[in-house]
Design a protein around this ligand. Sequence first.
Ligand SMILES: Nc1ncnc2c1ncn2[C@@H]1O[C@H](COP(=O)(O)OP(=O)(O)O)[C@@H](O)[C@H]1O
Ligand SMILES: [Mg+2]
Length: 222
Amino acid sequence: MNNKAIIQLDNVSKNYRRGPETVHAVKDVSLSVAPGEYVAVVGHSGSGKTTLMNIMGCLDRPSNGRVTVNGREIQEESESGLTRLRQTSIGFVFQQFFLIPTLNVIENVTLPSLFAGHKPNGRAMELLGKVGLENRLHHLPGELSGGEMQRVAIARSLINAPPILLADEPTGNLDSKNAGLIMDLFEQLNADGVTIVLVTHNSDIVKRCGRTVQIEDGAIIQ
Ligand SMILES: Nc1ncnc2c1ncn2[C@@H]1O[C@H](COP(=O)(O)OP(=O)(O)O)[C@@H](O)[C@H]1O
Ligand SMILES: [Mg+2]
């Protein structure tokens, strides 16, 4: 156990029921992520990467083992405690962006702060400036390119100033130029102190991360 870790998994397993069989999606994984680290998670499709990210992000609970995120042991937390922990501590970025199609850019970015009970302030504008979208504030997601949509999603993930950013194949739907822009942004954020864990298949991205965790068949092999 590393007391300084911002994310700590001890002997974590996750099983799913699929009809009559049990799928062992994550098997006895132990992992510490220190504050300020930039970690790449790699592995074949179906190896358990998303399951592991969902557990680190408190979107899902493990079947066994202990998970501590930003000083909280998640098995001690109620559902509302976990919601609060996600709101204050974790930003999520997904391959599919998951923007709300009927809300414009600035509304999409502001929404998680409203859920967290904050009054709108200038932060959404500031973040949209940081990701280079100050001239797209009133566009709907459908009027944007994939790279722009992902930059909106990144701004949204940061609206509540989380210390942790979890990104599951964030460049999976982007061409190499837009993937490069997203990686530049992540590196800036990491330099500003945000802890990042990112799932990717892109070897150029892996080279740019601080550490690589390789998953095979639900277990860390390296
Ligand atoms: N909700 C679920 N119910 C049943 N099986 C699941 C569920 N989610 C994932 N799995 C299975 O768990 C394994 C790991 O999946 P996943 O974590 O999505 O892998 P990856 O992200 O590396 O592609 C796969 O065999 C997948 O089919
Ligand atoms: Mg996945």
